[in-house]
Design a binder for this molecule. Structure first.
Ligand code: SAH
Ligand code: AVI
Length: 332
């Protein structure tokens, strides 16, 4: 346990600014209502991540079937010594940061004498993910300061501090959770907040054998199913519905024409629930689905397209040719 002096020091090293204010929460409510009122019902995938969802995602990253996390970590271990040479007097901004296991690999490679002027800025919608990773990081790297942003990276890029040069990290192929159009618009937005010389390290899961892809989202232990169903608990909290996770089954399949894994929740029976914000009950027929996530897969053409459209320069593309996962190093 920390003595009181140590905890005071740790508190000084960590700040968390909140951009998800009450008006934002009204927006979240309407995003859910719009999705549940659509012909093909859907929910934005950011609603997976309350404290329980963040924990379930961490469990997914350890599954034998879920190759992206261990593959990206081993690529990071290879490239960290090269990239870390440029990391001094810098803000490292991690978008959709989740746990701190990937950023720790990069931080481990920074020489001790450069660490005092490194600030880590995790940006995430999950308060639990930011506070837990900040706590672990300041214990492991006592010289670092952490300034978390509880924020939506699709809405709040302009809140990221600008005074220092920055390395943006967007790991895990979280870009693939956006539609193709959204991902291009997002990278264009990111480019406009980047200053010349700022860097971006982008992790992308590549197109591969369909069996490998589908297994990664249909694990034997049912963790991905639990993660998928947890979105209903988050939705119940926001809009006061009374969805029961057991009313649904998890399905995940590769949609070849769209180049993406789709996750859905399929109703096992006709069901209905009231909702605080709707005059009528929400009714779902047996067999109908709620589309909860897209996970688009990429090719090298997508990477070149991103560079052409945004004007970001590709410094290097590191690809694992067995698991087909790429880390792209862009410079603005
Ligand atoms: N980068 C980590 C975590 C990936 S999970 C890794 O590679 O393992 C996706 C993370 O992005 C979660 O922590 C989730 O809370 C966060 N996230 C999802 N949508 C978001 C959004 N719109 N804005 C900010 N964070 C988001
Ligand atoms: C965070 N994101 C990139 C993961 C993915 O693979 O799309 C979330 C996930 N969904 C199911 N398993 C993992």
């Amino acid at each position: 346990m920390n003595n009181p002096g140590t905890s005071a020091l740790i508190r000084k090293q960590i700040t968390i600014s909140k951009y998800l204010c009450s008006t934002e929460l009204e927006e979240e409510v309407s995003e859910i209502i719009v999705g549940l009122s659509a012909e093909q019902k859907y929910l934005p995938s950011k609603f997976f991540y309350d404290a329980n969802g963040s924990k379930l995602f961490e469990d997914i990253t350890c599954l034998p079937e879920y190759y992206p996390t261990r593959t990206e970590k081993s690529l990071l271990k290879e490239v960290a010594p090269q990239i870390s040479k440029t990391l001094r007097n810098i803000d490292i901004v991690e978008l959709g940061s989740g746990d701190c296991s990937k950023i720790s690999i990069l931080l481990d490679a920074i020489p001790f004498e450069n660490m005092a002027n490194v600030r880590y800025i995790p940006v995430d919608v999950s308060h639990a993910a930011i506070s837990e990773s900040a706590r672990i990081l300041v214990e492991r790297f006592p010289e670092i300061t952490v300034h978390g942003l509880l924020a939506d990276f699709l809405k709040h890029l302009s809140a990221i501090p600008k005074e220092t040069k920055r390395l943006f990290c967007f790991f895990g192929s979280t870009l693939g959770n956006l539609t193709r159009k959204q991902s291009v618009l997002f990278l264009l937005d990111l480019k406009t907040v980047m200053k010349p010389g700022d860097q971006l390290l982008l992790g992308l899961d590549m197109v591969k054998d369909i069996k490998v892809l589908e297994n990664a989202y249909n694990d034997n232990q049912g963790i991905t199913a639990a993660f998928n169903k947890n979105i209903l608990c988050v939705v119940n909290n926001y809009v006061k519905t009374a969805f029961c996770p057991d009313w649904f089954e998890h399905i995940a399949f590769y949609n070849q024409s769209k180049g993406r894994i789709e996750m859905h929740l399929r109703a096992l029976k006709d069901l209905e629930t009231s909702c605080l914000y709707l005059p009528d009950k929400i009714r779902i027929k047996k067999g109908e689905t709620i589309h909860t996530e897209n996970s688009h897969k990429f090719t090298h053409w997508h990477i070149f397209d991103f560079a052409c459209i945004t004007g970001l320069k590709i410094n290097a593309v590191y690809t694992d040719n067995r698991q087909w996962f790429s880390l792209v190093h862009f410079i603005a």
